[in-house]
Design a protein around this ligand. Structure first.
Ligand code: NAP
Length: 292
């Protein structure tokens, strides 16, 4: 909103499309950053059922909504409905940010770059030349894999419950990144050996959200210098992070990735970076208020 937090006839509208969307933390982060930057805009949640996505896009176009985030379950299905896709969205095979550029809806993806940014900030981990184990092969893993490859990792082993999905994911990137060793295999009792020379292990599965351990994954063989990143951020301390910390490994949850993808989206929409740490502070204040 503008500096007086008043909605006027000039206030621009941004939002997030998802179903459900009530749990989204993006309105908290984005509105705090808009307020801090005195940008005359507001960011609101739009709950859009899957069969209403096309109609919702027509409505957003007609209303001149300036941009929006996209979350589950629309990240992939929205792609053919947009006017143009940025390379980040094409490579990730998903869209999480749309910019309305003079009536043209342009899809971007800031998730993967958000992860890389969070690895640097939260784990002091520059992935260039690293050996990475990526657990999971869904949408988040795809975005992560592209960003890690673009950031110059040495190798990535993708471990997934459904091995064909891991192999498919790896197969779709081999020709784009021939210099990087890519391997997809099953997440099972044999995974331990594959992690024994990893510099970084990333969880990109949904395991941990309900307090589940990752069956078939043991951190015992990770080298002492290895770092562990869990894309799950709710709960903040997953069994994986607890295991990593008990082993004395540096570890972080996915809150920093959530913040960083939001910061990158903000920059795409408003042409300026949000104030340093404003999104992170807004989330901390929100969580503290929820606890009280
Ligand atoms: P997705 O496309 O549905 O992929 C889910 C992944 O989890 C697949 O690899 C799936 O394996 C695996 N999986 C699910 N249940 C499993 C189980 N019981 N045992 C073993 N593997 C299991 O979901 P996504 O969009 O990639 O999201 C994955 C996670 O990343 C979610 O927790 C999401 O909240 C998080 N995320 C965080 C951020 C952030 O900003 N921090 C951003 C995006 C996503 P199969 O192929 O075998 O089904």
């Amino acid at each position: 909103m503008n500096d007086k937090s008043v909605i006027t006839g000039k206030t621009r509208i941004y939002g997030i499309l998802g179903c459900p969307v009530t749990h989204s933390l993006s309105p908290v982060m984005q509105n705090a950053a808009l307020h801090e930057a005195a940008v005359d805009a507001i960011y609101v949640p739009f709950c859009v059922e899957p069969d209403q996505l096309s109609a919702a896009l027509s409505g957003l176009r007609a209303l001149g909504v300036c941009g929006f985030n996209v979350t589950i379950p629309h990240k992939t299905v929205i792609m053919p409905l947009l006017d143009k896709l940025a390379p980040s969205a094409v490579q990730a095979g998903a869209v999480n940010t749309v910019v309305n550029q003079g009536g043209q809806l342009i899809g971007h993806n800031t998730d993967g770059d958000g992860l890389v940014r969070s690895l640097v900030k939260d784990l002091n981990c520059d992935v260039g030349g690293s050996k990475v184990v990526l657990v999971g092969a869904g949408g988040a893993a795809r975005g992560a894999l592209v960003a890690l490859c673009r950031a110059g990792v040495k190798s990535v082993v993708v471990l997934n419950r459904t091995v064909a999905v891991a192999e498919g994911l790896i197969g779709s990137f081999r020709s784009s990144f021939p210099q990087i060793m890519l391997h997809g295999t099953a997440l099972d009792g044999q995974s331990g050996q594959l992690v024994s020379d990893a510099d970084l292990l990333i969880n990109a599965t949904s395991l941990g959200m309900a307090g589940e351990k990752i069956d078939g994954l043991t951190l015992a063989l990770l080298p002492d210098h290895a770092k562990v990143y869990d894309m799950v951020y709710n709960p903040p301390l997953t069994p994986l992070l607890l295991d990593a910390r008990n082993r004395g490994l540096q570890a972080a949850n996915g809150l920093g990735m959530l913040v960083a993808q939001g910061e990158l989206a903000f920059s795409l929409w408003h042409g300026i970076a949000p104030a340093n740490d404003i999104m992170q502070k807004a989330l901390s204040a929100f969580f503290n208020a929820a606890k009280a």
